[in-house]
Design a protein around this ligand. Structure first.
Ligand SMILES: Cc1cc2nc3c(=O)[nH]c(=O)nc-3n(C[C@H](O)[C@H](O)[C@H](O)COP(=O)(O)OP(=O)(O)OC[C@H]3O[C@@H](n4cnc5c(N)ncnc54)[C@H](O)[C@@H]3O)c2cc1C
Length: 382
């Protein structure tokens, strides 16, 4: 592909690519974003997702506003989460500041994806829908999303009469190595089993999650549609390859612990753009390491231990949270501390990182009839 002189090309109109494009265009640069589908948000269909608000003291929406990304999308703060332990016992955690904001994903009005697209277009970004860029010109940003499945989400989207709420269940019977969640907001809901193992039995876990939430919170689903997808995470030695910068999940930037990747995507897109604006692409690695590196490493260490907890360990974890919150009953603060980069994690990280193997392989184009969330039809390779 021939580059127009002075144009910066970006592959992928997800949160990472669009955050980069907005930054570059607002600084007066000409930007072309290539998006292989005919609209943004193609991976999702109105899914409710949590924009986490616990990794920094300050508010995520303020941080984004400071970077020039406005909250022109629906973002509902939630201050309470109901956690179920493997026995189904409830633990309710609250916080004064929002623990997260529920946002909508996909191509519908009000979603994060449409909001970012509108900001990019208003800043003068050209988005070429339905086009891929086989070879990005030098100085471009690769932001095409995940390249494999280290975790998968399998779930349902639906309408419901249930009141707004956020529910999480820790149990390897519902979501091996991960967690099951149910988010309800404004009469719409998302139910998901977020799994880190045993992907082949995804349907069985999903049906168990459904039965669990039907029993525990009287979930009623109207017009249920299947949803899901894969996540890919690793701590990259470098997020540069040749003359290209990698942002978002394309670089492996994702919350290895629980899969909260949107914030990493937007921040890394912004940092890649900053490095290009300063005409110092070589600085990108130090920029993302400074802002995101500690967090990425901390959650990878957390994942290593969390995955080994098992149901007994989940019970102990929840008891220890209950105990900690007796002294300081702020769930957001506990989350902040849990995901912080601390001395013992620094000591563990080299070993954990050495033992961790990300499944970074390009997803194949699906085979007709395959409904797997994770393999994109690798049946022959199994
Ligand atoms: C089921 C599920 C639930 C999730 N829940 C949460 C949550 O609650 N909170 C949270 O923070 N995160 C969540 N995530 C993760 C979050 O969605 C991602 O981390 C985030 O969207 C990554 O942004 P990105 O821009 O890197 O990639 P993407 O969002 O994947 O965007 C990449 C874009 O690039 C396009 N593209 C790909 N290849 C090419 C190509 N060759 N040429 C042109 N275009 C291309 C794609 O079509 C896509 O539009 C969830 C993920 C899944 C799967």
């Amino acid at each position: 592909m021939e580059a127009d002189v002075g144009v910066i090309s970006i592959s992928g109109a997800g949160p990472a690519g669009l955050a980069a494009a907005i930054t570059l265009a607002k600084a007066g640069r000409r930007v072309i974003v290539y998006e292989r589908y005919t609209e943004v948000g193609n991976r999702f269909h109105g899914d409710l997702q949590g924009l986490e608000n616990w990794t920094t003291e300050g508010d995520v929406l303020d941080e984004l506003a400071g970077l020039g990304i406005a909250a022109n999308f629906s973002a509902t703060p939630f201050h309470e989460v109901v956690l179920f332990d493997p026995e189904g016992q409830e633990h309710i955690y609250r916080s004064e500041k929002p623990m997260a904001y529920i946002v909508h994903r996909g191509a519908l009005p009000g979603t994060l994806d449409i909001g970012l697209k509108e900001q990019a277009l208003a800043a003068g970004v050209e988005i070429r829908f339905g086009e891929t860029c086989r070879k990005l010109p030098a100085g471009g940003i690769e932001a095409g999303g995940p390249h494999g499945a280290d975790a998968i989400g399998v779930g349902y989207l639906f309408e419901t009469d249930l009141a707004d709420g956020a529910y999480v269940a820790l149990s390897n019977q519902l979501a091996p190595g991960g967690y099951a969640y149910l988010l309800i907001q404004g009469g719409r809901g998302t139910l998901m089993s977020w799994m880190y193992a045993d992907f082949h039995n995804e349907k069985q876990y999903l049906e168990r999650c459904l039965a669990f939430f039907q029993a525990r919170v009287k979930l009623d689903m109207k017009n249920p549609r299947r949803t899901g997808g894969a996540a890919n995470f690793l701590y990259p030695g470098s997020a540069r390859k040749g003359n290209l910068l990698y942002a978002g999940e394309s670089a492996g930037f994702q919350d290895a612990l629980w899969g909260f990747g949107m914030r990493y995507a937007m921040l890394s897109g912004r940092l890649a753009a900053q490095a290009l604006l300063a005409d110092r692409p070589g600085d990108y690695d130090s920029l993302w390491r400074k802002r995101l590196g500690g967090q990425l490493r901390a959650v990878l260490v957390n994942r290593y231990f969390y995955q080994r907890l098992g149901d007994n360990g989940f019970n102990i974890l929840l008891k220890s949270i209950d105990h900690a919150l007796q002294h300081n009953p702020d769930g957001r603060r506990w989350l902040h501390r849990y995901t912080r980069w601390r001395l013992w994690k620094r000591l563990c990280f080299p070993v954990v990182n050495h033992l961790y193997h990300s499944s970074r392989r390009a997803p194949d184009v699906g085979v007709a009839g395959c409904t797997c969330t994770w393999c994109r039809c690798r049946h022959s390779a199994l």
